[in-house]
Design a protein around this ligand. Structure first.
Ligand SMILES: [Zn+2]
Length: 159
């Protein structure tokens, strides 16, 4: 990689560190010609295949903007959205794939969004899973209620 200061064609790695989430490596480099130091971040490439067939790099920002609409008026902060986007990226990367389609991203969003805010989850699921009728909402709400009951029962068991 070229030195950003003098354009020298080579650089030396003086330190490598894996990020806390294990998804990237940060390298400190030094130019042997001018002595300038700079960092590079290395991540496995992850591409999204859009419905149109166009491929683009995975973007946490795009995940956040998709979910942000569903969270309007809900007590969800930008920090919550950033964390959710991070969880989605980790979940997708853990599958070991380098290419996913937008549908799979939608699926990966559903679970953490449900934990974050159930109303936003219902809104997002209704668009993403194309709920057609009230029955679809009823089924999704029924599932949430059943899970609440199961969680409550489990909590009672523990006492
Ligand atoms: Zn240089």
């Amino acid at each position: 990689m070229h030195c950003p200061f003098c354009r020298h064609a080579d650089s030396r790695v003086i330190d490598s560190r894996t990020s806390d989430d294990g998804l990237s490596i940060r390298r400190r480099r030094q130019c042997p010609q001018c002595g300038g130091r700079f960092s590079t971040i290395e991540t496995a490439s992850l591409n999204v295949i859009k419905r149109s067939g166009v491929t683009e790099p995975f973007s946490r920002e795009k995940v956040m903007s998709g979910v942000r609409k569903a969270c309007q008026g809900r007590p969800v902060t930008e920090g919550d959205l950033a964390l959710l986007a991070q969880e989605v990226e980790e979940a997708v990367r853990q599958t070991g794939t380098s290419q996913i389609d937008t549908n799979e991203i939608g699926l990966a969003i559903l679970e953490p969004l449900r934990t974050l805010d159930e109303i936003a989850y219902l809104r997002f699921a209704s668009v993403y899973q194309a709920f057609d009728t009230l029955d679809d909402f009823e089924a999704a709400i029924g599932q949430l209620r059943a899970d609440h009951a199961a969680a409550a029962a489990a909590a009672t068991d523990e006492v």
